[in-house]
Design a protein around this ligand. Sequence first.
Ligand SMILES: C[S@@+](CC[C@H](N)C(=O)[O-])C[C@H]1O[C@@H](n2cnc3c(N)ncnc32)[C@H](O)[C@@H]1O
Length: 339
Amino acid sequence: MSLIPAQAVAIIAKLQAIAPELEDGDDVMIRNEALQLSRQLTTSLSRPEDVAAELIFSPFIPIAAKVCVEMNLFELLIKRGTAVTSDELAEQSGAEELLISIYTPPLIPTWGVVKLTNFQARLLRALASVGLVADVGNRTWQATPVTQALAVEGVAAGLRMIEEMVMGAAIKAPKYLRETGYRCPTNPNDGFMQYAFQTKLSSFELFHSIPWVMRDFNTFMGNSMGARQIWLDWYPMQERLIDGSDPANDPALLVDIGGGWGHDIMAFNNKYPNKGKLILQDLPGVIKDCQSLPSGVEGLAYDFFTEQPVLEGIFITMFCMIVPETEASAYVSMLDLTT
Ligand SMILES: C[S@@+](CC[C@H](N)C(=O)[O-])C[C@H]1O[C@@H](n2cnc3c(N)ncnc32)[C@H](O)[C@@H]1O
């Protein structure tokens, strides 16, 4: 009897069938299909108990990555370009070498109790286990393409901010839900974030009250966020937006509501310059911090739960990644006010 489950064999056959198309070039659809299949293959070949155990420990990976970002370890590895020892990394980052890489068994049984020790001693080893850096032996490390991606400021900002604030809130979600009888939080002043950080400020009010969080958040939003395909590449802009607009008379061609520091509207402006007035709207604290917007893009402080000031004659208003943290009716009234 074969030890490989039939499902895995079937997936391998599918991968083989698309291999020629993969070789042919950079077809995103085929690449995505191969990725999906290889994920399914990994799951079907793994022992269920290993998948479950891996899940339990998986939160340590982004935590270790965040620490490495804060220690600038990825940048140090990338700058060097070749393999770097833990000693050198320790010297250059000012950290203890033990913290960076040395391996000690993490689970030490003491009188029948399993104690977690030296998690911190395994920062790079943990990251190497999932390909975020390469372990080239002898406590020596090298950057991989993923290390390069992690060191991009927009991603590093995301790791810092999401881990601290969003995961900081998510980790308390089970306790919050247990205490509230498993109901969806609908009050923006009394949800996971407020419970975790002991505040009645809404999430964005809280972010705005901590300058580094706000800076990292907006930097992160400006990053392409990996696989997120920019709307400009798939939305029929010319047909649906530009054709038929009247730049001389329309008060605005496009309003990006909750557009952060304007990465989306600026991308639009680069691709379709001088097609009409572009308006970037966000809360006052965000608009105030916007670096100089190009001519043709106007920043306007606006709270989307209030009457839209430039509604009349607008061609398109856009909401991109606006996360509901209130009851649905508030979003219906927000759409009434802004569209
Ligand atoms: C998840 S970000 C999305 C940013 C951008 N649209 C994107 O897709 O990258 C949500 C944005 O909504 C803004 N926002 C939150 N509450 C708002 C409100 N009441 N009025 C206007 N903007 C708000 C935030 O400041 C933030 O820039």
